[in-house]
Structure formats: C-alpha cells, structure tokens
Design a binder for this molecule. Structure first.
Ligand code: DQA
Length: 141
C-alpha cells in the first residue's frame, strides 16, 4: 500500500506556530511519527508540504495511478480552495482530511471545508494523532 501525506500552508511552521493551538511538535516530528507507524505496518509513505495552492494541485495530480490513499491537511486552503477539491475529485484516490485543531470550535470561517466534499472522512481536533487515525482509515478501505 502506498500513501501520500500532504500538508498545506504554514504546516511547515509547526512547533513555532501558535503552539497553544497546534502543539509544540515540529513538522519533522509529525513526519517521523507517521513514518514510524507506516514502517511498522508495511505501508510505503511519502510526504509533501507546500505553501502554494497550485503546487498542492500538481502533487495531487502526480499521485494519479500510483497512490492508494491520501492524507491531507490543506491548512487554510481547506476553507477556500475549489481547486484542491477538484484535484481530489479528478484523481479519485481515497482521501482523509485531517485538522490538528478542532476547527468546529474556532472561527466561523474555519467551519467551511471544500476539501471535505471529496474526502472519505474528516478528522478534527486530535492533534498529530489525527494523522495516524487517517492512516488507519485508509488501511481499512
Ligand atoms: C488547520 C486548521 C486551519 O483552519 C488552519 O488554517 C491551518 C491548520 C489544522 O490543522 O487545524 O493551517 O488545518
């Protein structure tokens, strides 16, 4: 099984960025956590992070035909990007949307997700654990 973990804008700043909301773990810590789980379970995993919407679209398109599942935290593009929604729909790869924070308990604009319309599941407010849960969801499909 081959998984792709995509993180959108500002998630490279984990550990520095609003630690009261996102915790003190870094982006590298997050990748290591997911890599360890995937290694233990024999899952091939690749990571991609970008602050640029078009680059995220390109990476989703590049997964077409060679990836079994996508774990995606689109960051702020969650709430604005029809392009990411369309890319996920285009490639038809099962995707689980993850948010570290509980977006439902925050500002109203964070409660809209375009990406959710293409996701098999959305996991919110479970910190880094949400990414591991997403791997389990994709594995179970
Ligand atoms: C986030 C929530 C988004 O609203 C925010 O813009 C992010 C991170 C989360 O993981 O909780 O960048 O996706």
């Amino acid at each position: 099984m081959k998984l792709l973990v995509i993180n959108g804008p500002n998630l490279n700043m984990l550990g520095v960025r609003e630690p009261g909301i996102y915790g003190s773990g870094t982006y590298d810590d997050l990748c290591a956590l997911i890599r360890d789980k995937c290694e233990a379970e024999g899952i091939d995993v690749e990571f991609y992070q970008s602050n640029h919407e078009g680059d995220l679209v390109d990476r989703i398109q590049a997964a077409f035909g060679n990836t079994d599942g996508i774990v995606i935290n689109p960051g702020a593009y969650t709430h604005t990007s029809v392009a990411l929604l369309d890319a996920l729909k285009a490639v038809r790869i099962p995707a689980v949307e993850v948010h570290i924070s509980d977006v439902d308990a925050r500002e109203e604009f964070r409660q809209i997700s375009y990406v959710a319309l293409a996701a098999v599941k959305t996991i919110k407010g479970r910190g880094f654990q949400g990414y591991l849960d997403a791997v389990d969801v994709l594995k179970s499909l």
